[in-house]
Design a protein around this ligand. Structure first.
Ligand code: PMP
Length: 444
């Protein structure tokens, strides 16, 4: 039996010995004891359906037995640094992972985190192109290191000190909250009652957002750029999907100016969007760097000086990585994301049709956003503290959700990839009950 610290002790240690930088969700934060697939269990044995475990990206399920087994075996065999000797797990993993990447994306370098990968990608783009400026999308999140905070463009994460020199942002092509758009513009299975001004084969919203990007490109240093970094679907920014064709045209414009295109797949990769293994494939584009794998000639520019990373690609991490890639295939998780994700999106869109405060339901596969508003006509964001009331109700009813977006008014649904249709039914019934409870109290 596992004896965890009692809740009160945890709270005490947190107050006394932990940095205030540690976030904790919920008024009374959860003390987790155990995880199993799509479920989490707290210290009192209460079970929660985890709709947010997917922020650890390749969540094949908590404590998936095959992954845990691979880790245990490797821990018994060898754990050490990567960079100065050969060890088999790195080479097995490199072969497996790059075989899942298309085109020239065959050179792998392993870091310890998304921020670190993005830091390095930006650094390499500058070394390779000899250019300086970097462009990213407003409302995007690419990491919290001082370098990546230059491309992260969500005010909540940005301290007011100089960050990421040479980084510029362009308007986020958000067809719901932005000034141009309509739900037909995006690639999503959700049926919509709203229309947009696009005619077949052309998308005015896309054209306008592209004009904004051109403007940003033209005003960067000497009209040249080192890189354009974007997520295929925004994660922390609230599951924002761009109008069809936006990323493709953006890549063309960037390349015309000598820049590289970086796809940040920290949230969208590994089959989560259902239709494709990588999010960028849904946009019919080919990035130069994916923040996990890098184009080979670009990787070479890093060798001009020594580059070292003590734990990136260590044997234990690589053994786990390999097992995760196997499980995605063996358990059919990409297909599951597509089937269950589409099912869930369609069910959530019924909540959007039913409730005035559910402004938008969007996403692809098991990467979903539900944006809350005060009313459908003005689309004013539901204040974050109001969303929190619904979110706390969900927790007490046994469902854990994420939240995000520029105004923190979007529920982020990114469960472990093994979610079932029954879980989706349960999740939607809980969200519905939580919204009803909130509306009942607000009406009183
Ligand atoms: N890029 C994206 C798209 C992310 O969502 C995140 C983390 N949420 C990061 C980069 C940074 O990853 P890490 O927290 O591992 O540094």
């Amino acid at each position: 039996k596992y004896e965890s610290l009692p809740y009160e002790r945890v709270a005490e240690v947190r107050k006394k010995n932990l940095s205030a930088l540690y976030l904790a969700y919920y008024k009374k934060p959860l003390l987790l004891h155990q995880g199993h697939m799509q479920w989490l269990f707290d210290h009192e044995g209460r079970r929660y359906l985890d709709l947010f475990g997917g922020i650890v990206t390749v969540s094949v399920g908590h404590c998936h037995p095959k992954v845990t087994d691979a880790a245990k075996k490797q821990l018994d065999r060898l754990w050490h640094t990567t960079n100065i000797y050969y060890h088999s797990p790195l080479y097995e993993y490199a072969e497996k992972l790059t075989s899942r990447l298309p085109g020239k994306l065959k050179a792998l370098y392993l870091t310890n985190s998304g921020s670190e990968a993005n830091d390095l990608a930006l650094h390499m783009a500058r070394l390779h192109t000899g250019h300086y400026d970097i462009i990213s999308l407003r409302s995007g999140y690419h990491g919290a290191s001082p370098y990546t905070l230059g491309v992260t463009s969500l005010s909540a994460y940005k301290p007011d000190v100089p960050l990421g020199f040479g980084c510029h942002t362009t308007m986020c092509p958000d067809v719901f909250r932005g000034i141009w758009g309509g739900s037909h513009c995006r690639d999503s299975p959700v049926q919509t009652t709203r229309t947009c001004s696009c005619s077949p084969g052309s998308c005015e919203a896309k054209d306008r957002y592209i004009e904004q990007l051109k403007d940003t490109l033209e005003t960067s240093s000497a009209s040249r750029i080192a890189a354009f970094m974007a997520e295929p679907i925004m994660g922390v920014g609230g599951a924002v999907q761009y109008p069809k064709g936006f990323l493709k045209e953006a890549y063309e414009l960037v390349r015309e100016r000598g820049g590289l295109c970086i796809a940040d797949e920290v949230q969208t990769g590994f089959g989560r969007t259902g239709s494709h293994y990588w999010g960028f494939q849904g946009h019919e584009v080919m990035p130069d760097i994916v923040t996990m794998a890098k184009g080979i000639e670009i990787a070479a520019s890093l060798t001009r000086s020594l580059h070292f990373n003590t734990f990136g690609g260590n044997p234990v991490a690589c053994a786990i990585g390999s097992a995760v890639l196997d499980v995605i295939e063996e358990d059919g998780l990409q297909d599951n994301c597509k089937t269950v994700g589409t099912y869930l999106l369609l069910k959530l869109s019924k909540l959007r049709d039913k409730f005035e405060i559910v402004g938008d339901v969007r996403g692809k596969g098991l990467m979903i956003g539900m944006e809350m508003v005060t009313d459908k006509k003005t689309r004013r964001p539901l204040p974050a503290q109001e969303l929190n009331v619904i979110w706390e109700h969900c927790r007490h009813l046994g469902v854990l959700c994420g939240k995000g977006g520029l105004y923190n008014n979007t529920f982020r649904i990114k469960p472990p990839m093994c979610l079932t249709k029954e879980d989706a039914d349960f999740a939607v019934s809980v969200l519905e009950a939580a919204i009803n409870k909130y509306l009942d109290t607000a009406a009183r």
